[in-house]
Ligand binder design. Structure first.
Ligand code: SAM
Length: 282
């Protein structure tokens, strides 16, 4: 029977995305296991209900949070922090975790991810022996650039799902006539001024018409890829390295998301690219 607290989204790439994070977490814990002074934190900013109702599945499948909690070899994380804004999802996840993982140090909080990314950054500044694996998995453009900026110079490996096709591209209108509220959203998401956004994605050309000169506006053709590249460049202003992207497409082959990892650690970068690359195609 389907569970009504299961998050509804999916496709083969949902499974692939979870596999990437879980495989990365296992490799990460293997490395951390060799540094016995390090404490590890797993932070999930969009944790969900614990279950995912994937469109092609009859039964709900386990979400990333529960899969991460299953890892015990070579060791578990020292602390797990799950953030979920929706009350029902938060309560469902909390109940499952309390029952299945009573002995693990877990926190499940109902809050906006942006708020908790900022408090996590403060925690890591005050607890220098902690390293964090951070998973940020929104449906849309919910993560503000001001939250990402707070993560600078910390021991964080950040896996982030960037809604390039389903978010940013939809706001960049073909005719360039972007409503005020959409501009504000783009600015908050990318941390750029609107003239920088316009100049990055649009080109203007004067055309000579019967009624005199007119300005034609053109949106870049490879726009979604360009949005992914821009977000990666933005992350490189905060972190030393950003991985390649795992590009997620819908059934019509249109790009929906870019999934990438940012880190200050070169070994972590190699690890992420090694995990992504077999699946990486554009
Ligand atoms: C894509 S689903 C997460 C799936 C989950 N990562 C998994 O693999 O099982 C996104 C979740 O984020 C929650 N959410 C939406 N906006 C949020 C916000 N601003 N902060 C925290 N959670 C939010 C939604 O209620 C939803 O459960």
């Amino acid at each position: 029977m389907k569970d009504n607290t299961a998050n509804q989204f999916g496709g083969g790439w949902t499974e692939a995305k979870m596999e990437i994070v879980v495989n990365y977490a296992k490799a990460y814990l293997t490395i951390m296991n060799k540094q016995d002074w390090v404490k590890t934190l797993y932070f999930d900013g969009f944790a969900g209900s614990g279950l995912i109702e994937a469109s092609e599945e009859k039964e709900a499948i386990k979400g990333t949070a529960l899969r991460i909690l299953e890892i015990n070899e070579p060791k578990p994380f020292d602390i797990y922090y799950f953030v979920e804004k929706d009350k029902k999802n938060k309560e469902a996840l909390d109940a499952t975790i309390k029952e299945a993982y009573p002995n693990k140090k877990t926190y499940v909080v109902q809050e906006d991810c942006n708020v908790k990314l900022i408090t996590m950054a403060k925690y890591l500044k005050n607890n220098k022996n902690f390293r964090a694996l951070v998973f940020v998995d929104p449906y849309g453009m919910s993560v503000n650039w001001t939250s990402i900026e707070k993560l600078e110079k910390l021991g964080i490996d950040l896996w982030i799902l960037v809604p390039t096709g389903v978010g940013v591209n939809r706001l960049l209108k073909n005719d360039g006539k972007i409503p005020e509220g959409w501009f504000k959203k783009l600015e908050d998401f990318l941390g750029l001024e609107r003239n920088e956004i316009v100049n990055h994605f649009y080109s203007y050309k004067t055309v000579n018409t019967l009624f005199g000169d007119e300005t034609a506006i053109n949106k870049d053709v490879q726009i979604i890829q360009k949005i992914g590249d821009l977000y990666s460049q933005r992350l490189k202003t905060i972190f030393e390295h950003v991985s390649n992207s795992f590009v997620m497409r819908n059934k019509n082959n249109s790009i929906m998301y870019h999934f990438m990892m940012a880190t200050n650690n070169k070994t972590a970068l190699k690890l992420a690219n090694d995990i992504i690359n077999p699946k990486y195609k554009l």
